[in-house]
Design a protein around this ligand. Structure first.
Ligand SMILES: N[C@@H](CCC[C@H](N)C(=O)O)C(=O)O
Length: 266
């Protein structure tokens, strides 16, 4: 089967497009196999994208985390799928459906933008000690579960260790959560580190996490209700801006997409 290895601002995926009817597999197991860093292709997730409508252009996009669990929203996977549709078929604007939710997408020269739905925001859902300091996390649903802590210095945090503890915290059981540590850099800039559920590790960037970070930072009055640049571990920032028509309910997230290589696997 042909695949693309592709990343959205450092969040990397194995991407399969327009599979034929014979290409049926047990996708959760396949995701685990393909995403394995040592024995597979290596990725944070497996993404399967198929065109289901021409007018308007609609892609059905499924995303599995590296452990085989289903991601109900993955901003970077959507951005990668939109990039590939532009590359293969020339579409610059399209809709993408993931887990039953329609997202808009626009492919510009240097950035691919998709929309994320903003749901419930809950302040202070859980607390943990970080570097000796009690630290609160707020939750923001951006198509999937995220908690966000605002801290002084994201680089001083052992994101992998604290992230794993918070991801399993009793207040977010049983489904758990993605965990974001955010530092304010100014009225329109944040720095972020994200521990991803389903990858069970820190990833280099997370689209829905960037939106959650901006939603929480806006609620706390730390950033302006405008475009915010979110600096991540990849050094390839994502930009989050309020949706023009539904600023409280949706946001655009945009940034680079890079294809690393293509291949064939058995
Ligand atoms: N990296 C993604 C989020 C992926 C989903 C997450 N791991 C989950 O299962 O909730 C993004 O770019 O949004």
């Amino acid at each position: 089967m042909r695949f693309r290895k592709i990343h959205g601002a450092g969040n990397d995926f194995v991407l399969l497009t327009d599979l034929g009817p014979a290409d049926k597999r047990e996708w959760p197991k396949e995701a685990e196999r393909l995403c394995a860093r040592r024995t597979g292709i290596g990725a944070d997730g497996l993404v399967i994208s198929s065109r289901v409508s021409d007018e308007p252009t609609v892609l059905e996009v499924d995303c599995f985390n590296a452990d085989g669990s289903v991601a109900t929203m993955c901003g970077n996977a959507l951005r990668c799928a939109a990039w590939a549709a532009q590359c293969d078929q020339g579409f610059r604007t399209m809709q993408l459906r993931m887990a039953g939710v329609l997202h808009e997408a626009t492919v510009d020269t240097n950035s691919v933008w998709v929309t994320a739905e903003v749901g419930a925001i809950e302040p202070r859902v859980l607390q943990t000690i970080i570097n000796g300091r009690p630290t609160w996390f707020d939750s923001a649903h951006t198509g999937t579960e995220h908690v966000v802590a605002v801290v002084d210095d994201v680089d001083a945090i052992h994101a992998e260790v604290v992230g794993r503890v918070v991801r399993h915290h009793k207040n977010v059981a049983p489904i758990g959560t993605n965990v974001n540590f955010v530092q304010r850099l100014g009225r329109q800039a944040l720095k972020i580190r994200t521990y991803e559920r389903g990858v069970e590790a820190e990833t280099l960037s997370c689209g829905s996490g960037a939106v959650a970070a901006v939603v929480v930072a806006t609620m706390r009055g730390l950033v302006a209700k405008r475009e915010v640049t979110v600096h991540n571990r990849a050094g390839e920032p994502l930009t989050v801006r309020p949706h023009h028509d539904r600023p409280e309910r949706a946001a655009w997230v945009g940034g680079p997409v890079t294809q690393t290589f293509e291949g064939v696997y058995a």
